[in-house]
Design a protein around this ligand. Structure first.
Ligand code: GRF
Length: 187
């Protein structure tokens, strides 16, 4: 049986697309949720035949858990078993992370444990790193620190900028994420 999977997004959804289009036998994407109603990825998901739902975080103000309870209810109503974060730009509280522990996955654009958080490409350049890449990992309460499920690496080239690095890392992400996610789904 394919694992029923939801993807949480906030933006363009290129990793979401890669996860949907990989047509893996171990998981099936049945729902996409965005905390931003104007996220490009919502239309893209619908065009790819996947139910797409906007749950705007703004009306919940500072009550992050109330927002997450709404997301959680939408996931449970659809019998979701695994959750993939793909450019989801909200920090999750321990409430949500504990509920989905071991079944909640993220992709991060650095070779963790290097550069958790933002501006990873600029930080790799500033450090003079010879290698850069991306990491798929389980989500825990500490940001970008859960068990690593897989990494993809590439060389940093002379003349690279944060933009050129981001573009090449993104290509690696699109290959790495479906592969690592399917491995988790097979467990
Ligand atoms: C990716 O670089 C991902 O690693 C990071 O946010 C970006 C999302 O891009 N967490 P997309 O929405 O999947 O195109």
């Amino acid at each position: 049986m394919k694992k029923r999977t939801a993807i949480l997004i906030s933006g363009r959804g290129s990793n979401m697309r890669a996860l949907i289009e990989a047509k893996q036998d171990a998981y099936e994407i049945v729902l996409v949720v965005s905390n931003r109603p104007d996220a490009e990825g919502l239309e893209l998901a619908r065009a790819l035949g996947v139910e797409a739902l906007a749950i705007d975080h703004k009306p919940f103000g500072k009550d992050r858990e109330a927002f997450e309870r709404e997301v959680d209810a939408a996931l449970r109503a659809r019998g979701i078993e695994l959750v993939a974060l793909a450019g989801f730009m909200r920090l999750l509280t321990p409430y949500f992370v504990r509920r989905w522990q071991g079944r909640l996955v993220n992709i991060h654009p650095s070779l963790l444990p290097k550069y958790p958080g933002t501006d990873t490409h600029a930080r790799a350049l500033a450090a003079g790193d010879a290698e850069h890449g991306c990491t798929v990992h389980l989500v825990t309460e500490e940001i970008d620190a859960g068990q690593i499920l897989g990494q993809a690496r590439m060389d940093v080239l002379p003349g690279d900028t944060p933009q050129t690095l981001a573009a090449r890392v993104l290509e690696l992400e699109h290959e790495l994420y479906p592969r690592c996610f399917a491995e988790l789904a097979r467990r």
